[in-house]
Design a protein around this ligand. Structure first.
Ligand SMILES: Cc1cc2nc3c(=O)[nH]c(=O)nc-3n(C[C@H](O)[C@H](O)[C@H](O)COP(=O)(O)O)c2cc1C
Length: 251
């Protein structure tokens, strides 16, 4: 199987995937999209990030109120804003309204906004952010609709093993999300759960980004063979600068 750069995405890693890091990969021409963030938006998520760093996690730290300025500045590193995904941890519709408005005022073209319903760090989850958004579908759909109302393209990132693929995919279809980004890690399984990912692909009308444990050509191909439109890579990108180009060298 020949992998096209357009199928390849750099996934977000808080404290690591800033604008400069992402641009370095995007400028190789070996990826279609890159993610910056995750960024914590609003008082509770910023406080959660502070607490998370106190126990040694890496985070992008921003002052409350400067989130849009900070992200707009990071986006200046990227040559294609429309191929840049901004991963955000957000837990509140009012914070979403201010952030979406402020970000759209500060940029001339729009990135893809990725709502993070994936993070399971307790500081975020206990404040209703990250993975707990999955269990607050009315808030999640409200947050997504606010970004949509500001004409952002939307990705929703989840852990596949936290929901029932069929019923969740139906919800996502109704929400009009543009990309469903599925981390298909499964407890006790090496690599990614390809059956789980296949279920999301089957039930989603949305384009699917498959994620977890892409470490070589074989694992990348396995994700695309599920029918996923794209695959994303996080950890392997930190170990080898030419990782993405090695995957697409035969294209
Ligand atoms: C250090 C680190 C930070 C991460 N931060 C985020 C984040 O802020 N937002 C997010 O959606 N995923 C985050 N992730 C998860 C990755 O994007 C990805 O889903 C996960 O690492 C599995 O993919 P991989 O096997 O290619 O690494 C992070 C992962 C790592 C290792």
């Amino acid at each position: 199987m020949k992998i096209s750069p357009s199928q390849v995405i750099l996934a977000g890693m808080a404290g690591i995937t800033n604008g400069e890091f992402a641009a370095r990969f995007y400028d190789t021409g070996c990826l279609g999209k890159v993610t910056i963030g995750g960024y914590s938006i609003g008082k509770e998520m910023i406080n959660a990030a502070v607490k998370s760093t106190q126990r040694g996690r890496t985070e992008f730290m921003m002052q409350l109120g400067e989130e849009a300025d900070y992200i707009a500045h990071e986006l200046e590193n990227l040559t294609s804003i429309s191929n840049t995904i901004v991963n955000v941890r957000i837990n509140d519709p009012e914070d979403t309204k201010s952030f979406a408005r402020e970000l759209s005022e500060r940029i001339s073209s729009s990135p893809i906004i990725e709502v993070n319903a994936h993070c399971r760090q307790q500081e975020f989850v206990e404040n209703g952010g990250g993975q707990s958004l999955i269990y607050r579908p009315e808030i999640l759909s409200h947050v997504l609709s606010i970004f949509k109302s500001k004409d952002f393209t939307i990705s929703l990132k989840i852990r596949g093993n936290t929901v029932d693929p069929r019923s969740f995919a139906q919800l996502v279809n109704n929400w009009g999300v543009d990309y469903l980004h599925v981390d298909s890690y499964q407890t006790g399984m090496a690599g990614t759960d390809l059956n789980l990912l296949t279920s999301f692909v089957r039930f989603s009308q949305t384009e699917v980004i498959g994620n977890n444990s892409v470490v070589d050509l074989e694992s990348a191909e396995a994700i695309l063979k599920t029918g996923a439109d794209y695959f994303s890579v996080a950890r392997a990108a930190t170990k080898n600068n030419s990782f993405f180009c090695s995957l697409v060298k035969d294209f």
